[in-house]
Design a protein around this ligand. Structure first.
Ligand code: CA
Length: 226
């Protein structure tokens, strides 16, 4: 079955340009002009990746993202009008996995989507199950348990946790995590890592404000400890 990408964008010219770029990659493109339409049709479309513009009339991109996160862990890429810290961080906190800025560079967008699609498949990671304090991670099954209770992570959060757990106690830089989890090989944005670490902490830490497992090492990066 072919990969389906849902584009939520009110500007027809941009929507068309994105469609041509994605169809060029052999992907099927689904389109919605408004957030309302996207949310209404999401279940029947079941896309593999969602591309959502922040600036939509009515329900905006942040709200679309939050609504989708309540029902799905579909990979989401936010499209921002500019590389504005507030928009980028708010988008990631709303549940987006990654973002691109306008004007959209087709090659960059395709690379981001390919990286997300790679992360969707948790099977065959070849990684052994591991226990870190009260956390139990089963990479091949995409399962994390805290004190025996299964917790739900998005694919990106899961991969981030697996990457950290692969080298327990070792400090991993933002650049390293961007490369391993997001597939950024030549440029990247540390905010992606920081916001995802925050989101991960709200799920795996007993007290997210005083993390015990996912620890910040100032000026260096993050490490996982038992
Ligand atoms: Ca727009």
């Amino acid at each position: 079955m072919s990969i389906q990408i849902l584009t939520i964008e009110d500007d027809e010219r941009i929507r068309t340009a994105v469609r041509f770029a994605l169809e060029d990659e052999g992907w099927k493109v689904l389109e919605a002009e408004t957030g309302e339409q996207a949310l209404e049709e999401f279940n029947s479309m079941s896309p593999d990746v969602v591309l959502v513009d922040i600036g939509l009339p009515g329900v905006d991109g942040f709200e679309v993202c939050r609504s989708l996160r309540r029902v799905s862990d579909v990979p989401i890429i936010m499209v921002t009008a500019r590389d504005d810290t507030h928009d980028v961080v708010a988008g990631l906190e709303a549940g987006a996995d990654d973002y691109v800025t306008k004007p959209i560079a087709p090659k960059e967008l395709s690379a981001r989507i390919r990286a997300l699609l790679r992360r969707v498949k948790p099977e065959d990671t070849g990684l052994a199950p591991r226990t870190i304090g009260d956390l139990e991670i089963v990479p091949d099954e995409g399962i994390v348990r805290k004190s025996g209770t299964e917790i739900h992570l998005t694919k990106t959060e899961f991969h981030l946790l697996c990457e950290l757990s692969d080298q327990i106690g070792k400090v991993l830089s933002r650049e390293h995590l961007l490369e391993e989890v997001w597939g950024y090989d030549y440029f990247g944005d540390g905010r992606l890592v920081d916001v995802h670490v925050r989101r991960l902490r709200t799920k795996v830490e007993t007290d997210p404000a005083h993390p015990r497992h996912v620890v910040t090492v100032r000026g260096m990066g993050y490490k996982l400890q038992p």
